[in-house]
Design a protein around this ligand. Structure first.
Ligand SMILES: CC(C)(COP(=O)(O)OP(=O)(O)OC[C@H]1O[C@@H](n2cnc3c(N)ncnc32)[C@H](O)[C@@H]1OP(=O)(O)O)[C@@H](O)C(=O)NCCC(=O)NCCS
Length: 211
């Protein structure tokens, strides 16, 4: 479709340039302000993205329009790799959150580590095997609601399935009504349950992938 003809999707495999990093940083801070990563300082977000790029289990994609990044997505082979692969910066993350008085975020981490956050989840529906987890996704504000999010999501999962990892299901956790609508209405995800968070619970969703 013409609307998408000047868009380019790239999996980031090399270190980000300063410009690319700043563009992704802005998206994280402005659009993903519910996510833990957005609470971290710039230096730690840089480390976080570096780990993601070099990991075999985490995949970072960007959506480019001309020379500018207007969207990004971070996938993991399963949710567990988020904890495993970011293990080496866990103390830095904790210190950063404590020093910046992010106590609600710390309580949310506690809920996740102790798995207390999963008590409202149906275990049978909460798949783990053969799953691809969409951890973070954002489209720059001025380009939202133009179909770019769906286009980017469809293309990136197709690329991962074809070239990297043969998953059967995709899972994600949506923090807002808008993102829940995006996954349920636009991308045929199904409702799985809720994960408890202090300020607003996360909606857990899943989708069977057919290629
Ligand atoms: C969710 C997001 C990635 C979707 O990207 P997008 O380019 O706007 O998506 P599309 O244009 O393909 O689809 C838009 C649809 O998603 C839903 N939607 C997305 N954001 C919405 C919002 N704030 N309020 C209501 N519905 C919303 C609607 O169904 C919308 O359809 P409409 O425009 O016809 O009303 C983008 O809105 C975004 O970056 N949001 C902030 C970050 C975020 O919530 N990320 C997801 C969780 S990690």
């Amino acid at each position: 479709m013409k609307k998408f003809s000047n868009l380019k999707i790239v999996q980031v495999k090399k270190e980000l340039s300063k410009k690319q990093f700043i563009e992704i940083l802005h998206l994280i801070k402005k659009e993903n302000n519910h996510a833990l990563v957005s609470r971290l300082n710039e230096n730690l977000i840089r480390k976080y993205l570096k780990i993601a790029i070099t990991s075999n289990n985490i995949f970072l994609y960007v959506l480019k329009k001309k020379k500018f990044i207007i969207g990004y997505a971070l996938y993991t082979k399963s949710e567990d790799y988020l904890i495993k692969d970011f293990h080496k910066i866990r103390f830095k993350i904790l210190a950063n959150l404590i020093l910046s008085f992010r106590f609600l975020t710390l309580i949310n981490i506690f809920l996740a580590i102790t798995k207390i956050d999963k008590i409202l989840l149906n275990k049978k529906k909460n798949l783990k095997k053969n799953c691809l987890n969409l951890n973070l996704l954002a489209i720059k504000k001025e380009y939202q609601s133009s179909g770019f999010g769906k286009y980017f999501f469809d293309k990136t999962i197709k690329n991962i399935h074809k070239n990297i990892y043969k998953f059967k299901y995709i899972t994600c956790e949506a923090p807002t009504v808008g993102s829940v609508n995006f996954y349920l209405k636009k991308n045929n995800f199904k409702f799985v349950g809720k994960k408890i968070r202090i300020t607003n619970n996360l909606t857990v969703l899943k989708k069977r992938y057919y290629n």
